[in-house]
Write a protein that binds this ligand. Structure first.
Ligand code: GLU
Length: 314
């Protein structure tokens, strides 16, 4: 099947598949540990699949705006790698799946040398935020926002101030992780400044089409497929894609890699950025999260699509 006819089939099938997967939302619930996130419509489900030629298929609640949350970590990692290089970044963050919850402190004390296991768990992403260049938190936040504006092609991209405030006020666990990392000598700078930068990029607000565009850049090794312009260094995109495969879907990353077979990263807002390497960028949102913290309806839909089209990362 040529990819053109595949796109046509996607366009035809997605509306029905979205409605079927939407029912899965009943088995999950929107995150509530950041109080503002609990306001999301539980049974919403929207998806955009963007091809290299700019053609796209979409269905469901694609107008729903949502915050990037952990999805931002894939791209802040790339920015830190651009700013500091591989050696400096991986001196402070490991490369292994943790097997623990995304906000766990456990291994920071148990396993020497006390650096976070990987850049996609909260501890790792907080360290990554501290490595991004800029003079003080305001300059760093602006720089990161401009970077996401370039990645999404939306120069009006902003943050959801309610979610940002909600997390700043209630993020006690992230605060304790950050102070612990400071004590371990892993985190440089003022802890509250680093956390501010971290909460800020987690609260960047996007829609499915913008997420799909970010995903397509990853799928296309950092090049804009329409213009051929290199936006992100290929080597760092490969690193990010590998982390997405091994740790992108929390403690369901292995299962997702087997069942859907796609590099992906999800966030507690219910967003998922998924990549069909060399072919499509996928952005979806379904706020109801399952036991392991991923959008239940979203995972159901991606697994179905992957089976139907025989997608694979290999
Ligand atoms: N801002 C969220 C937190 O730190 C991100 C978590 C996530 O999406 O996994 O708890």
């Amino acid at each position: 099947m040529t990819s053109n006819s595949e796109m046509e089939r996607l366009k035809r099938s997605l509306p029905e598949w979205v409605e079927e997967s939407r029912g899965q939302a009943a088995f999950g619930a929107a995150a509530s540990y950041i109080p503002e996130l609990a306001k999301a419509p539980n049974d919403a489900l929207g998806i955009v699949v963007l091809g290299r030629d700019g053609d796209s298929a979409s269905a469901g609640d694609t107008d729903l705006a949502f915050t990037l949350q952990s999805i931002s970590k894939v791209f802040t990692l790339i920015l830190a790698l651009i700013d500091r290089g591989e050696e400096a970044v991986f001196a402070k963050v490991g490369m292994e799946p943790s097997g623990d919850n995304f906000n766990s402190m456990l291994k920071l004390e148990l396993v020497e040398p006390g650096i976070p296991f990987n850049p996609l768990i909260n501890a790792g992403a907080i360290v990554v935020s501290s490595l991004i260049s800029g003079n003080g938190p305001e300059e760093k936040k602006e720089r990161i926002l401009n970077y996401f504006r370039e990645l999404t092609g939306n120069d009006r991209l902003g943050i959801h101030s309610g979610v940002y405030r909600s997390e700043s006020e209630t993020g006690h666990r992230n605060r304790s992780l950050a102070y612990f990392l400071k004590e371990n000598g892993v985190l440089d700078g003022e802890v509250e400044d680093v956390l501010d930068v971290y909460f800020h990029h987690c609260a960047i607000e996007v829609n499915c089409a913008e997420l799909a565009r970010m995903a397509l850049l990853i799928a296309n090794d950092g090049r804009d497929p329409l213009t051929g312009t290199g936006i992100l260094p290929r080597r760092f995109v490969q690193i990010a894609k590998t982390f997405m495969t091994t740790c992108g879907m929390y403690n369901a990353s292995g299962e997702f890699a087997i069942r859907a077979g796609l590099p992906a990263k999800s966030g507690v807002s219910g967003g998922i950025l998924a990549v069909v390497p060399g072919r499509y960028g996928i952005g979806l949102v379904g706020p109801a999260l399952g036991r392991k913290g991923n959008s239940v309806a979203g995972v159901h839909l991606l697994e179905r699509m992957s089976r139907a089209f025989d997608w694979s990362m290999f």
